[in-house]
Design a protein around this ligand. Sequence first.
Ligand SMILES: [Zn+2]
Length: 161
Amino acid sequence: MPRTWPEDWDTRRNGLGCPKCAEGRPGEDLWGVRFFAGRWADAYLERRPPQPGTAVVTFRGSRHVADPCDFTDEELTGYWSDVRTAAKAIERAYRPCQLNYATFGNAVPHVHTHITPRYLDDPAPGRPLPGWVFANAPVLEPDQLAEQLAQLRRHLPLRGT
Ligand SMILES: [Zn+2]
């Protein structure tokens, strides 16, 4: 059977050339703008959200981790706690009927989780969203992006200084 995955997949999973490790903790990237910087993870609102409030949470521990299986207990607890904080802000800001969480790592094998809100009028009740929803995602206008980021940040828990 011919190999279909990249020849360097194992080394990428091990962190060689990992773009998520290399980028540090930017306030924004090509796909989104950060609304939450936690102890263990950063959460970015997507600029081109398939559903309002779609976000990506990226692990920002002190090392490369490709899969949640490889987390230490402390990393595991910390990461998912920060995912929860981001998800609660999304729930409060957008009032979805359900949140979908996806931790694929197929393109970039560094732990990150896509959070996709679901709404009572969306096109696939009870099922995953179809691909055309992602393909047709609109790009947010700058004022829409700014307003939604402000709304999300207002719904984050207050933290001590
Ligand atoms: Zn990495």
